[in-house]
Design a protein around this ligand. Structure first.
Ligand SMILES: C[S@@+](CC[C@H](N)C(=O)[O-])C[C@H]1O[C@@H](n2cnc3c(N)ncnc32)[C@H](O)[C@@H]1O
Length: 200
């Protein structure tokens, strides 16, 4: 897994561009100033750098050291500070609580998916938000991006099972078709799932 993403991120340029995912950035814009945000599977750092540019305190977690090195280079080019955490989510534990945990296109198989997203919710402060965008299983035949292994793709029902807990309110959990313009990695109409969960 680390080798696969290191290979992808070793190529020239930024695979998903240097500008943030549009859905995540709309929620970053709405956060209180100086919020703490953890980005999971943040790769080359486009969302983390955007959040840091807006004054938030940011940690970018990823299993790819090459991705995180490029994230630090982007932060340096933009003259902002981000912290990076090089770890596979399989081994991730946290005692720290965040105002927000966000992720774009982090595609995990079960049982890691339930484990990692459960920990992400547990890592939220009261009223903190988990914000995510993923490819739906309906993306499988499309060529606009995303994994080609169905076990890595999501359904609303499978995410609801993980996110619907006594300590959460699901604010948004919907399938949408939208056009992506994110580097050479994501281009064109895509079948997406968007998630916003608030910790009680
Ligand atoms: C499709 S890329 C998305 C990168 C970034 N979120 C973005 O949208 O630009 C998926 C990312 O998830 C990371 N990832 C996948 N599985 C992981 C795991 N088990 N632990 C940590 N990171 C993981 C990969 O290294 C990669 O950076």
């Amino acid at each position: 897994m680390q080798r696969l993403w290191n290979e992808k991120f070793s190529r020239e340029g930024y695979l998903y561009g240097k500008t943030p995912n549009v859905f995540l950035s709309s929620y970053i814009d709405g956060l209180d100033s100086s919020s703490s945000i953890l980005f999971l599977g943040e790769g080359e750092g486009r969302n983390a750098c955007y959040a840091a540019m807006h004054g938030h305190s940011v940690i970018a977690l990823d299993a790819s050291d090459i991705g995180l090195k490029k994230a630090q280079e982007l932060a340096s080019d933009l003259d902002v500070d981000i912290k990076t955490l090089h770890i596979d989510l399989t081994h991730w534990e946290t005692e720290v609580h965040y105002d927000a945990v966000m992720t774009s296109f982090l595609h995990l198989k079960e049982p890691l998916r339930t484990l990692a997203f459960g920990k992400a919710i547990s890592a939220l402060k009261p009223s903190g938000v988990f914000v995510a965008e993923f490819f739906s299983i309906k993306q499988l035949p499309l060529q606009s991006g995303g994994p080609k292994d169905p076990e890595l793709l999501y359904t609303v029902a499978s995410l609801k099972e993980i996110l619907d807990r006594s300590d959460t309110e699901i604010v948004r959990l919907e399938e949408v078709v939208d056009s992506l313009d994110e580097g050479r990695g994501h281009q064109g109409d895509a079948e997406l799932i968007r998630v916003v969960v608030r910790k009680r």
